[in-house]
Write a protein that binds this ligand. Structure first.
Ligand SMILES: NC(=O)CC[C@H](N)C(=O)O
Length: 375
């Protein structure tokens, strides 16, 4: 591992000095922290982290190395990576190479050996902000000047960077129950697999697909994935989603797909002070009162009244799930004449990395699709 010095400067001028970790060079982005004790490979490869520099609050990172199975996509998407204490040697039967080597191969600039607890507390107090990490510019004022030139996450339209260029099909496993179009706003590889495991034939399509193009696949329902950036900028997918709801097609959305659902229904989204990122966030299902431990990665959220339904042109929308830490909206349900027609969650039922408590939501979508086909 390199012992070259690296510098980290926050947009408010706070400075941390550490060691180069991963690639050498310079990088910028929005600094966010993840509290997951495990799952760094999934975090690094989650397309929703486009534009962000991720700090792991767990101090010892890299223990299980890098394997060929746990990636959520074909590459690392984070803009930079911050750890306290990198494991010098991976130890796991699936490990193919050390994390540091993989970061270097993919050109991801990181920093280690800094007080990640102090940095996390700073972000919790002041809110997320832009950051720069460099092994080249070791003068804080010079790096700060560059940090201040970077774009903000509010207003960032990043879906075009991560979406698939072409349509592809993930065939249904077992007997086919229905056809789904999954709009890729930054989809993770295991999400279509989870849908296919419920007997759904999944057509994954680029983010800019129009309603007419999407209907050519004759879907029984539509799915919108997770994705990076500010949901307010995704005006194209939002208007497609309004057409989907207008046509009465069942809908399921995850994370960004929850935020776009909210916006399609006329609700607002807003930026959280420091977001939710980790794999042990408690969420209550307000219908059953059951608590789920869930995986989160979101910096924006939907604004909706918790205690009453909001009537919209498409039906009545209610908040189905709420985060027990801070009452943030974590799920929405749209009913027409009492029947569930569309729903979404702000968290990650695909559970990569993370607990499987919320896996039932994929079953729920398959059931809504089957009910729609019978009607
Ligand atoms: N994982 C996601 O889909 C993230 C959605 C959005 N970019 C946010 O930060 O809130």
């Amino acid at each position: 591992m390199s012992s070259r010095p690296a510098l980290l400067v926050l947009e408010d001028g706070r400075v941390f000095r550490g060691q180069s970790f991963g690639a050498e060079g310079e990088t910028f982005g929005e600094l966010v922290f993840s509290t997951g004790m495990s799952g760094y490979q999934e975090t690094l490869t989650d397309p929703s982290y486009r534009g962000q520099v991720v700090l792991m609050t767990a101090p010892h990172i890299g223990n299980t190395g890098w394997n060929d199975e746990d990636g959520e996509s074909g590459r690392i998407w984070v803009q930079g990576f911050i750890v306290r204490d990198p494991a010098p040697r991976p130890s796991n039967w699936r490990s193919r190479r050390p994390l540091d080597e993989e970061l270097r191969d993919q050109g991801i600039v990181g920093i280690s050996d800094i007080d990640t607890r102090a940095l996390t507390r700073h972000v919790r107090d002041r809110g997320v902000m832009r950051v720069g990490i460099s092994t080249d510019t070791l003068d804080p004022q010079a790096l700060l000047a560059k940090v201040n030139e970077q774009p903000l996450m509010a207003g960032a339209d990043l879906v075009g960077d991560v979406t698939t260029k072409t349509h592809y099909v993930v065939p249904a496993q077992g007997e086919k129950r229905a056809t789904v179009v999954a709009v890729d706003l930054g989809i993770k590889s295991m999400t279509p697999t989870q849908l296919a495991a419920r007997g759904l034939e999944v057509h994954v399509v680029p983010a800019h697909t129009t309603f007419e193009q999407l209907m050519e696949y004759q879907p029984d329902g539509v799915f919108f994935s997770n994705g990076p950036g500010d949901p307010a900028t995704a005006t194209g997918p939002i208007s497609v989603l309004r057409e989907v709801l207008e046509a009465g097609l069942p809908y399921f959305g995850i994370c960004f797909g929850n935020q776009l659902f909210g916006r399609a229904l006329g609700l607002d989204t807003y930026k959280l002070k420091f977001g939710h990122r980790g794999i042990n966030q408690p969420v209550v299902d307000r219908t059953t009162g059951k608590v789920e431990i869930t995986a989160h990665n979101h910096g924006f959220a939907v604004q909706a009244p918790l205690d009453k339904a909001t009537s919209t042109e498409f039906g009545d929308v209610t908040v189905s799930h709420v985060c027990l830490n801070d009452d943030v909206v974590e799920g929405l349900e749209l009913r027409r004449d009492g029947d569930l027609v569309a729903f979404s969650v702000q968290y990650h039922p695909e559970a990569a990395a993370g607990p499987h408590d919320a896996n039932y939501l994929f079953d729920r979508f398959a059931d809504v699709l089957s009910a729609g086909k019978e009607a």
